[in-house]
Design a protein around this ligand. Structure first.
Ligand code: SF4
Length: 214
């Protein structure tokens, strides 16, 4: 209903909840809501209210980052080794500012990892960004779930940092313009074959597969 506001709080700022005071405030705000912890390390909040803005304002004021639920862009950044590896953080923030929460044909996750360890699994997201030797590597079109799951296709190594944000914005814009309703990003890449000049490459299937049941 129009009174039913669903908000999501992404993991980037979840660390802040390790403060007992903030956690207590957060729970107090959500006293009447449902809270679900998702496989993407998000807190998904559902509650019925006549005044959704009053709730979202309180959550924002508590220092949390909110995203609308549904088919939107999500930036999934690592914790940059608890902030020790700071150099790439401004680029993650710019992407969040320009793209976070934007509506897309199907939910689009952009993984952003601060070093070549990529320990938060950026290469398994729809778009994967890895900072390495002061430059960026870019991966497109991973399929993160299912028996034929695969990582993204590496399309650029050693991208100049100044080119990262405009390129990722252009990729997302192409998906917004040309993607079919409900079309996942890896299927979109396979169908259009060319995203911003990067050509699709067939991913080898290593197991004999029956068709997906869902
Ligand atoms: S990906 Fe690299 S920078 Fe990010 S948390 Fe893991 S080890 Fe640290």
């Amino acid at each position: 209903s129009r009174h039913h506001q669903l908000v999501k709080v992404i993991s980037l700022h979840l660390l802040a909840l390790s403060s007992p005071l903030l956690a207590a405030r957060f729970l107090a705000i959500l006293l009447d809501g449902d809270l679900e912890y998702t496989p993407d390390h998000e807190l998904k909040v559902s509650l019925k209210t006549e005044q959704p803005e009053a709730v979202t304002t309180k959550l924002r004021d508590a220092g949390l980052l909110l995203l609308p639920a549904g088919d939107v862009v999500k930036i999934k950044a690592c914790d940059f080794c608890d902030g020790d590896k700071r150099d790439p953080i401004p680029y993650a923030e710019q992407l969040q500012e320009k793209l976070g929460g934007l509506s897309v044909p199907k939910e689009l996750k952009i993984g952003f990892n601060g070093c070549g360890m990529a320990c938060y699994g950026a290469v398994t997201e729809d778009i994967g960004i890895v900072y390495r030797r002061k430059k960026f590597d870019l991966f497109l079109g991973a399929k993160p779930i299912g028996r034929n799951a695969h990582v993204g296709i590496p399309v650029v190594e050693g991208l100049e940092p100044s080119k990262l944000v405009p390129l990722v914005v252009a990729i997302v814009e192409q998906f917004r313009q040309e993607g079919l309703p409900n079309e996942r990003f890896y299927k979109f890449f396979k169908r259009v074959q060319n995203i911003q000049g990067f050509m699709y490459q067939e991913v080898p299937t290593l197991v004999a597969l029956e068709p997906d049941v869902c």
